[in-house]
Design a protein around this ligand. Structure first.
Ligand code: PLP
Length: 320
């Protein structure tokens, strides 16, 4: 999210979050007082699909003539559906429908006042980009999932992995004022693929939300009595379509390392911009994002929850 701002030569300031990942208004005031240039926009995120009440934040922005951009990247927010309470406070809203469907791409920029988007132009994808997108959609439809037999081998594999030394990652901070190599001016101006739009429009939202909620609840139950961790949001608000299941672990070394080597699909924010925020610093290593995607099978959920359960029960004392 920093790249587009850096591409415009904007100065980016990271503001502190609270433990529940909501903006800290007191800290925002302190930060604003230190910034020399006029602040034009503030980006606020509804993390993991849990929609926050940005009413107070909107007023804070209005009072200071700052444009509020609502980041709905973790929220089910498409052209035809908006998760309740999302996208109602921002002058602009950005979302990533592709995160909720089996398609390659699809970012959405929305403004309640359509005039604000009059000058936004996109170019269509090329024929070959469309073809590649269709191929990927078809490939995603094929199951490559876990088999029930994999469950039985977790103990053995874990014993093997934990007997070896833990290779600790290098902590390296790279300073840069230009966009990262992931940013492409050309891609930023390209409309999403037609097949991605088709998939988002024709998928059953009811099934999507129901399956995601069920998988999320399975995680909550599975980790309730597991030591060395806790669910960041154990109570899923009604109507919420969760993006992922955030799990705080007490000992990322070695538990994260062991989980990764077992093959559990986990995401972390360890490659994100480094900030002075105490919560961000803590969460970049300790907060795991675990999948609750609607396409996960019962066997896959059984395997992942068992792998997390067995790994986090394992003592960290003997880790080398
Ligand atoms: C909080 C948040 N905002 C924005 C983005 C960017 O979304 P996209 O993948 O559509 O570029 C991400 C990506 O995961 C994200 O986690």
């Amino acid at each position: 999210m920093l790249d587009p701002a850096l591409a415009l030569n904007a100065e980016v300031h990271l503001y502190p979050l609270q433990a529940d990942l909501s903006p800290d208004l007191v800290a925002l005031d302190l930060l604003l007082a230190r910034i020399q240039k006029p602040v034009k926009a503030l980006l606020a995120t509804h993390y993991f699909g849990i929609v926050r009440d940005f009413c107070g934040l909107r007023q804070w922005c209005v009072d200071r003539h700052i444009v509020l951009i609502e980041d709905c990247s973790h929220v089910l927010f498409t052209e035809n559906f908006r998760a309740p309470g999302s996208g109602i406070h921002g002058q602009f809203v950005v979302s990533s429908p592709y995160k909720f469907f089996a398609c390659d791409d699809g970012g959405l920029l929305y403004a309640p006042d359509a005039c604000l988007l009059e000058n936004v132009a996109t170019r269509s994808a090329t024929f070959f980009e469309e073809l590649r997108g269709i191929k990927h959609v078809l490939e995603r439809g094929r199951s490559t999932g876990r088999l029930a037999g994999d469950l039985a081998s977790i103990d053995l594999r874990l014993a093997d992995i934990s007997a070896g030394a833990v290779a600790l990652g290098n902590h390296e901070v790279i300073e840069r004022s230009a966009p990262s190599s992931l940013f492409s001016e050309l891609a930023a101006a390209r409309a999403s693929l037609r097949c991605s739009q088709f998939v988002a429009e024709h998928s059953s939202l009811d099934d999507n939300i129901r399956c995601r909620r069920e998988n999320y609840q399975r995680w909550v139950q599975a980790v309730a009595t597991v030591p060395n961790c806790h669910a960041l949001f154990p109570i899923l608000p009604t109507d919420c379509a969760p993006y992922m299941f955030p799990l705080y672990i007490d000992h990322p070394d070695p538990h994260f390392y062991w989980l990764k080597h077992l093959g559990v699909p986990i995401w972390r924010w360890d490659e994100m911009a480094d900030s002075a925020c105490r919560i961000s610093q803590d969460y970049r290593q300790h907060l795991l994002h675990l999948p609750c995607h609607q396409s996960l099978t019962g066997i896959e959920m059984d395997w992942m929850t068992a792998a997390v359960d067995k790994t986090l029960h394992r003592s960290v004392a003997g880790a080398r």
